[in-house]
Design a binder for this molecule. Structure first.
Ligand code: SIN
Length: 291
């Protein structure tokens, strides 16, 4: 079988001509997955697979090809705040949705990720990939924007690269918990130290060896060894730089899109500009400790 690939900006690839629910079995499936994974990495970390019709089990199986998932047996859970949004049978699936059922209960986390972030960067072993499946999308809006943190790093001056080399940043779930979107739902249990850690400001990709900025406004609290004021000035400069249009790709969802993004080299932002129903399901692949 031949899969078709079309570049998306500087950081992604669109894939058509594959059914991930049925084409990835056996050794032919292993080869095909290898081709997908290579295309994903060569493109810069975003893969948009169109027209998928998959069950929750197939979504999980496909995601596990990238690595173990949060909530897999023996693996850590996501932060407790989102536990009420996990699928009741498949806790690996985090439901991202503004829909409510007949009793007025949320069917998922509304307006998740409405700020620039890299998933779960507040853990020692943050997310490698996130795999988000669009089941229902609004007629207009609800796009997700991705920022290419490797291209942003490459474009920095030598002076800035030298200054950032060796710096470390504190990532803390408390930063996101303070936003207007998260504040009403956070639970105390998430502040017991498990959701706070230190990572290098510039990380080297485990598969490609490429360097990228690894700080994000959603979860990065400050730079180690700097005052909050100094830290804010440096981080704001990096965020302004990384979110210039040249480093961005804006995804307008189609129903049954399956997106895989690499949190090691991309930040993303879910645009909250819609009122119609939006229902998506996400799995989150655990990555390595950033170096
Ligand atoms: C997320 O941050 O995982 C949610 C992205 C989205 O809803 O577009």
């Amino acid at each position: 079988m031949t899969i078709r690939k079309r570049p998306l900006g500087t950081l992604g690839v669109e894939i058509t001509g594959i059914d991930v629910g049925s084409d990835l079995t056996g050794s032919a499936g292993d080869n095909l997955f290898g081709e997908l994974r290579q295309a994903w990495q060569e493109a810069g970390g975003l893969m948009v697979i169109r027209d998928q019709s998959i069950t929750q089990e197939q979504h999980i199986e496909f995601s596990r090809r990238f690595g173990p998932l949060f909530h897999d047996e023996g693996q850590p859970p996501l932060q407790d705040t989102v536990s009420r949004y996990l699928h009741p049978v498949h806790p690996q699936i985090y439901r991202v949705s503004n829909k409510v059922d007949a009793q007025g209960e949320s069917q998922g986390r509304a307006r998740a990720g409405t700020y620039w972030h890299s998933d779960v960067s507040f853990r020692d072993r943050p997310a490698q990939a996130s795999v988000l499946y669009a089941i229902e999308i609004p007629p207009y809006g609800g796009d997700t924007i991705f920022a290419d943190m490797a291209a942003a790093y490459d474009a920095l001056s030598d002076g800035m690269k030298a200054m950032l080399s060796g710096l470390k940043a504190v990532h803390d779930f408390a930063v996101a918990a303070a936003t207007q979107y998260a504040r009403p739902i956070v639970v105390d249990k998430d502040f017991n130290g498990a959701n706070r850690c230190v990572h290098p400001v510039v990380r080297t990709h485990a598969e490609t060896g490429r360097k990228s900025l690894y700080v994000n406004p959603g979860f990065t609290s400050h730079l180690e060894g700097f005052t909050m004021e100094e830290s804010k000035a440096i981080l704001d400069t990096l965020y302004r730089h990384a979110t210039q249009p040249e480093f961005l790709y804006r995804h307008s969802w189609q129903p049954h899109d399956l997106l895989v993004w690499d949190n090691r080299q991309l930040m993303h932002y879910a645009v909250s500009d819609y009122s119609a129903d939006r229902y998506m399901e996400r799995t989150t692949v655990i990555g390595e400790r950033p170096v």
